[in-house]
Design a binder for this molecule. Structure first.
Ligand code: GLA
Length: 384
């Protein structure tokens, strides 16, 4: 709160503090925009946001992590992205203010403990946090759906990344000790318990960030769409690539480019794996669940081609560890993090093993974090 007054020295109203988590995804890799099922989990790291109203209709957006501040009228927001970090909150505000007008201006300070661009969904976290906090401060009626839709608008329409629906759902609907089951075709959801006493969930950041990630991501979305269009005649009732089973991909192979073929095989097989992983989780069979996660990584590497040697090495050296259940890259790939599942009784020494093995190959020790689940977006305090 002191930092808020440090940045906005002239603010007259005491700020309120909000939080929204980041997420990892365990199954359903790159399935959301093809209509498949996904199994993400929120983590106890994310975006903190201090916000206060102001009487003069000005909007100021500042960050503890970025030097530039946005300042303008809340009634005349930019109509397109400006290529800055604050495009995400601006996109969310544009959506919220398209339905009702702001009675007041806002000062908003963003902070957080989520590495940006690491595949932990910092963008959905900032978008959902913004929607939640702004709706609360401006007394807009809102629901979980409001925040999900505002976040999707911010990312897709305003910033221009053709992301699927998984991230804002995971961030907005999180509960501790649970994975979210989200069927991206009909948007049905279910919270599935995971035994966090029996399994530790580690996230290791390669530290690698690729500028091309957004471009490559949009290319995968386009490849899946064109594969679907070419394969749809094999399965007349299909409405998205998720509906095209493995055999139909084979039947229509001649019409696909080699890339489209590999993407379609990944999608068909990952759908099957994700349903199997769901059964394994419900049965409490963590070993079977972990095997599906591990196979998902191999498919992301070989068929979807979104991995890099650093991510593959982290998964491979984990496989040497007794008690390792499974692991994969999380998020879009091209850098960022792996998520690793380890039996709780086998966790001692695992971190050192990873750090040493990675350092032998790449000359530096990556950071290993163990995450708990999270309770989703919320107000933390109301300062007086
Ligand atoms: C990114 C996107 C998500 C999803 C994942 C891959 O995180 O934002 O919508 O497509 O990649 O599973």
């Amino acid at each position: 709160m002191e930092r808020f007054h440090g940045v906005f020295a002239d603010a007259k109203v005491a700020p309120r503090l909000f939080f929204a988590p980041g997420r990892i995804n365990l199954m359903g890799a790159h399935l959301d925009y093809s209509g498949g099922p996904v199994m993400p989990m929120a983590i106890d790291r994310g975006t903190y946001l201090a916000i206060a109203t102001r009487a003069d209709g000005r909007l100021r957006l500042a960050s503890l992590c970025e030097p530039e501040m946005f300042e303008g009228s809340i009634h005349e927001l930019p109509v397109r992205a400006l290529g800055r970090w604050y495009d995400y909150p601006l996109g969310v505000l544009t959506r919220l203010l398209s339905e009702r007008s702001a009675g007041a201006g806002l000062d908003v300070l963003f902070g957080g403990d989520l590495p940006v661009g690491a595949g932990l969904s910092s963008s959905a976290s900032i978008c959902v946090a913004t929607s939640f906090a702004v709706s609360a401060c401006l007394e807009f009626p809102s629901s979980t759906e409001t925040h999900i839709e505002a976040a999707l608008y911010g990312e897709r329409e305003f910033v221009g990344v053709q992301c699927g629906i998984m991230d804002p759902y995971a961030v907005a609907m999180a509960r501790p000790g649970h994975l979210l089951w989200l069927d991206c075709k009909d948007r049905s959801t279910e919270l599935l318990p995971i035994d966090t006493q029996a399994v530790h969930i580690a996230v290791v950041d390669t530290g690698i960030r690729r500028e091309l990630a957004a471009t490559e991501f949009n290319r995968r979305v386009a490849e899946c769409q064109s594969a679907f269009e070419k394969l749809a005649q094999e399965v007349p009732e299909a409405t998205c690539l998720r509906d095209i089973p493995r055999a139909a991909v084979e039947a229509g192979r001649a019409r696909l480019t080699p890339e489209e073929y590999r993407r379609a095989v990944h999608v068909a097989e990952e759908v099957t794996r994700t349903f199997r992983a769901r059964v394994a989780l419900i049965d409490g069979d963590l070993a079977a669940f972990g095997r599906e996660v591990l196979t998902a990584h191999a498919s992301l590497r070989d068929l979807y081609e979104v991995s890099i040697p650093e991510l593959d090495t982290l998964v491979a050296v984990s496989e040497e560890w007794n008690g390792f259940l499974g692991g994969r890259l999380t998020g879009a790939g091209f850098g960022g993090c792996v998520v690793l599942l380890v039996r709780s009784e086998a966790v001692a020494g695992f971190e050192a093993h990873l750090r040493e093995a990675y350092a032998r190959r790449f000359g530096r020790r990556p950071r290993v974090h163990f995450f708990q689940g999270d309770a989703g977006p919320r107000e933390l305090t109301r300062s007086g």
